[in-house]
Write a protein that binds this ligand. Structure first.
Ligand code: AMP
Ligand code: ZN
Ligand code: FE
Ligand code: FE
Length: 278
């Protein structure tokens, strides 16, 4: 049987691996298909596609959008998106700009509570167009303001802590439409993290194509629950590790994997491209 990991990040957002390193590790983990799902960007896709070809892996281009449904932050994965879709590109550029402003706001809050970090330092660490809290966490550790990555979140960056600033979100219905308009399939990422299963039927009514049932942070019981919910709503079932690099000395890539039959099933959900009217 062949396996896929459909949730992976590189240094084009808040992961630490390059596309080349990630695809090498994916092959070593025995995968045959991988999706790149960097936050709010598709910039890593051309390099990842090339690196996957070298490693003999099937590549699924994707992204992970931050969205909102009924006041709940949700992440929506978009797969097989047309990387050159102007509407999607302009929306991603808008979100990347907002991410930069958010880092500046979070740094200002840190400064106000006596941590003399500079936004430029965070941007130098991030070296990407989609900076986020993990880059700020690394800057706090490097500057000696936190013992480690998790401590930085606990002390400053978690929701409700001194430096936390909410992230701009698009409406989930808009995220789904944007993905469909760019020819892709839309999947709800890690529903187990929201503890709000009532959002799934609502998103299904808004056109969602699938649910990420298998994820690093889902227990076996949670996965079975999401398979049940997805199946009852006629949604596809997907999964991925959400690898951001090394975790406790191990790369997460491939630790959550799904048979490639699931990949074919979600691929079949993409909107059919009707021929242009004469
Ligand atoms: P952002 O997109 O800037 O809101 O950052 C979200 C990312 O930060 C997630 O993808 C996680 O990788 C990471 N993250 C969120 N909360 C925590 C936490 N409490 N501890 C460690 N990492 C976290
Ligand atoms: Zn991330
Ligand atoms: Fe996520
Ligand atoms: Fe992710």
């Amino acid at each position: 049987m062949k396996f896929a990991d459909l949730h992976l990040h590189t240094h084009f957002s808040d992961g630490t691996f390059s596309p080349e390193e990630l695809s090498l590790r994916a092959r070593e983990a025995g995968l045959s298909t991988v999706a790149l799902t960097d936050h709010d960007t598709l910039e890593g896709c051309p390099r990842m596609r090339e690196a996957c070809a070298k490693e003999g892996l099937e590549f699924v281009p994707g992204t992970e959008l931050t969205a909102d449904t009924a006041g709940q932050e949700v992440h929506v994965l978009g797969y097989w998106i047309d990387e050159n879709s102007p509407a999607l590109q302009s929306e991603l550029a808008r979100f990347q700009k907002v991410r930069h402003t958010r880092i500046e706001e979070m740094v200002a809050r840190l400064n106000a509570c006596g941590v003399p970090l500079r936004a430029e330092t965070v941007f130098e660490i991030a070296r990407c167009n989609s900076p986020g809290r993990p880059h700020l966490a690394r800057a706090l550790v490097e500057g000696g303001y936190a013992n480690d990555f998790d401590h930085a979140f606990d002390r400053f960056l978690k929701k409700g802590r001194a430096a936390w600033v909410p992230k701009a979100r698009m409406k989930a219905a808009d995220a789904i439409r944007l993905i469909h308009d760019a020819g892709g399939a839309a999947v709800l990422a890690h529903p187990g993290l929201y503890r709000n299963d009532g959002i799934i039927p609502r998103l299904a009514a808004e056109g969602l194509d699938g649910v990420e049932c298998w994820h690093t942070k889902h227990s076996g019981e949670a996965s079975a629950n999401y398979v049940r919910i997805a199946t009852s709503l006629n949604l596809a079932t997907t999964g991925g590790s959400d690898c951001h690099g090394m975790a406790k000395g191990q790369p997460l890539v491939g630790t959550v994997r799904i048979p490639t039959a699931h990949v074919e099933a979600i691929h079949a959900r993409r909107p059919s491209r009707l021929p242009a009217a004469p």
